[in-house]
Design a protein around this ligand. Structure first.
Ligand SMILES: *Cc1c(COP(=O)(O)O)cnc(C)c1O
Length: 233
């Protein structure tokens, strides 16, 4: 590797860690502003499409919580990364097909995107087969958008009941991606209301564009990519 390239990579890495630090500071500030304990906030770094060297730089900076969207891509990157860093926790934040359930249960610690009965049943079978007990969140289609994944808000209580009572899945919270190009706060408020009605303590909501308001409205997990990595390649 020539030294010019090396210098560029050092500069890139410094910029990456500076953006990461700034996001963490923003999270603490938003938490304090909302009268919440900053320690109750979890930053899930959304590392889809990002190269391993950037992820490793963040791990070396002390970060331990990442989210990936696709099972295959996550395997390609994390099979080795997780061996090197066994204390890293990995969340699945993208839609899950039932034919990928085995790999997903093997690789992820938390699956945030449970949104239908068939998937919930497949996860229950697979985690028992692998003798694992993952944590889960239900993804709620808060904008009731036809093309989007997620359980409809009015069906979320029934799905939760099935997961908890019949399947014994450890569902800890709700997750959402509000409609694009609309003010997110009413959707965050809806997710918070559904979680509180159903006795769920975790709320995964808020991305680069809207995490401070999500924290204001009760997010416990914010999923952030662009503000840390820059634009996706
Ligand atoms: C990519 C992604 C994020 C992060 O989005 P940014 O706007 O890049 O911060 C969060 N959640 C999900 C489900 C994503 O796919």
């Amino acid at each position: 590797m020539d030294s010019i390239k090396q210098m560029h990579e050092v500069a890139d890495e410094n910029a990456l860690i500076a953006r990461y630090t700034e996001v963490k500071e923003n999270i603490v500030r938003a938490a304090r502003h909302a009268g919440r304990d900053p320690a109750s906030l979890h930053l899930v770094i959304a590392s889809k499409t990002q190269p391993v060297w950037m992820i490793e730089a963040l791990i070396n900076a002390g970060h331990r919580l990442f989210g990936e969207n696709r099972v295959q891509e996550a395997q390609d990157k994390w099979d080795t990364l997780k061996v090197a860093h066994p204390d890293v926790k990995l969340h699945l934040i993208g839609p899950l097909q039932t034919n990928k359930v085995r790999e997903a249960v093997r690789l992820f610690d938390v699956i945030e995107t449970v949104d239908r009965e068939r998937l919930a049943r497949a996860l229950a079978r697979e985690q028992s087969k692998q003798n694992k007990n993952l944590s889960y969140m239900l993804e709620v289609n808060v904008g009731a958008e036809t093309q989007k994944s997620g359980v409809m808000p009015e069906q979320s209580a029934a799905l939760l009941g099935l997961c908890r009572n019949e399947l014994g899945l450890n569902v800890e919270g709700l997750m959402c991606i509000p409609p694009a190009n609309r003010q997110a706060s009413p959707y965050f408020a809806l997710l918070a209301k559904l979680a509180s009605e159903n006795g769920l303590s975790q709320l995964s909501m808020g991305m680069t564009a809207d995490y401070p308001i999500a924290i204001e409205l009760g997010a416990t997990h914010v999923r952030i990519g662009t503000a840390i990595f820059g634009s996706r390649r």
